[in-house]
Design a protein around this ligand. Structure first.
Ligand SMILES: *Cc1c(COP(=O)(O)O)cnc(C)c1O
Length: 418
């Protein structure tokens, strides 16, 4: 029997396992169905502990970390929470947390890369990102040697640090100009011959990789939680948590009720919160003035079948709009009471939990999972040498030849003709 098949949520047909879209043109996500209905952790390192429910046939041994779930004492006692669990993604050696780029984007990049290896993919992968995704893909591509083109807004280039001595397969191009120009330039290049696009939320490897946060939490707690909290931009992590929950219900050992999704966005750039609350919460100037602009995504996969809307509706979920002050206060309190630095995006999840407590959306005795999507970066920088990834070149979005310029840079960098 096949380890898994990939099905369209609309037409129900089985697709090629690497498809990103329905072959019949349905506006729906594809989803994996695994032949193993019960989750048994493997002895493999990092994320591969959840091998049975990852759409891969092989692993990348080196460099992968996984979520570490533990019961909160410090932060929980500040609010009288009796059953709060932290799903920590990042670097924290005392807890055996070893995600070396310090965010859960590693959970997406490793399974995605493993599948490219299975296809013997030689084309250049293109990733456009404001930072954390780019860092996660540059980490895994440095390990496997996959050629990678990163297109990053100039102001975000500081997020591109690495623990590797060099990154010979990573070509970094910075873009001067608007954030969306960078994304759209990368999109144009990715659609050309010689390049491959990783697919975002439509890529089942990305979603099932992120789903391992819920798998780790549930195996640690031995039960599904009542509530799941996460900061979102695209909301892909929320979709993934819902998909993991459905599999865990089918497993039969962990309970039958889907956890309620509580997803937080950062004001004033909160499109998903806008849709759900009916308040206009997307400023003209976005993503400026955000606590963390990795949380901004202008076109989140909301209405697509199997997307954020379905995930919220199915779980009775809730969106939160979090101000910069709330995020900052929550970050300080969390860091002080739990003893680890966290990524600013993760602070938005912490602040959402605080709002939920204040609104009475959770009770103090409920079982709650708080996804700390990134943490331990300061800690890692104390323990390990890190260096910035050097840009190969910069282009200006206003330059009408920017696309050709990038192609020239790529040809020189990789010694190829495109
Ligand atoms: C990307 C990211 C998020 C949001 O992830 P979604 O794709 O919207 O689920 C949250 N926190 C951190 C640290 C991130 O890098």
């Amino acid at each position: 029997m096949e380890k898994y098949v990939v099905r369209c949520l609309d037409c129900g047909e089985i697709h090629d396992p690497h498809s990103l879209n329905c072959k019949n043109g349905d506006d729906a996500l594809l989803r994996t169905n695994y032949s193993r209905k019960q989750l048994h952790p493997s002895e493999l390192p990092g994320i591969w502990r959840y091998y049975d429910w990852l759409p891969v046939n092989g692993v990348i041994e080196e460099g992968s970390g996984r979520t570490i779930t533990y019961k909160s004492e410090g932060f929980a006692s500040e609010y009288g929470l009796e059953d709060l669990w932290i799903a920590f993604n990042g670097y924290w050696p005392e807890k055996d947390a070893g995600m070396m780029t310090c965010t859960f984007k590693d959970l997406e990049s490793f399974p995605t890369m493993q599948r490219l290896k299975e296809l013997n993919e030689e084309r250049i992968m293109v990733v456009a990102s404001a930072g954390n995704t780019a860092r996660a893909f540059s980490h895994v591509c440095t390990i496997t040697g996959q050629p990678l083109l990163l297109v990053v807004p100039k102001e975000s280039a500081h997020r591109l640090w690495t623990t590797h001595n060099d990154n010979p397969s990573v070509c970094l191009v910075t873009v001067e100009g608007d954030y969306f120009d960078a994304i759209s330039l990368a999109g144009k290049i990715a659609s050309r011959e010689g390049f491959v696009n990783e697919g975002g939320a439509k890529n089942v490897a990305r979603r099932d990789g992120m789903a391992t946060v819920m798998l780790d939490a549930v195996l640690t707690m031995n039960s599904l939680p009542d509530h799941y909290f996460q900061a979102v931009g695209s909301g892909t992590g929320g979709i993934s948590a819902w998909e993991a929950s459905m599999r865990l219900v089918d497993d039969g050992r962990f309970g039958s009720k889907l956890p309620v999704l509580h997803l937080g966005q950062n004001l004033p750039c909160a499109p998903l919160y806008s849709i759900r609350s009916g308040n206009d919460a997307v400023a003209e100037s976005c993503p400026e003035n955000m606590y963390d602009d990795v949380l901004f995504n202008r076109k989140p996969p909301y209405v697509i079948k199997g997307g954020v809307k379905d995930a919220l509706d199915a779980t009775g979920g809730e969106m939160y709009g979090v101000s910069n002050d709330e995020a900052s206060n929550s970050q300080s309190l969390f860091e002080k009471t739990e003893g680890i630095d966290i990524n600013p995006a993760a602070a938005v999840a912490v602040a959402s939990l605080v709002q939920a407590i204040e609104k009475g959306n959770v009770c103090t005795e409920d079982k709650i999972v708080l996804n700390i999507t990134g943490g331990g970066q300061k800690r890692l920088m104390q323990d390990h040498p890190v260096r910035p990834i050097d840009p190969s070149a910069g282009v200006s979005a206003r330059d009408p030849n920017a696309e050709d310029e990038i192609l020239n840079i790529v040809e020189q960098f990789f010694g190829v003709r495109l």
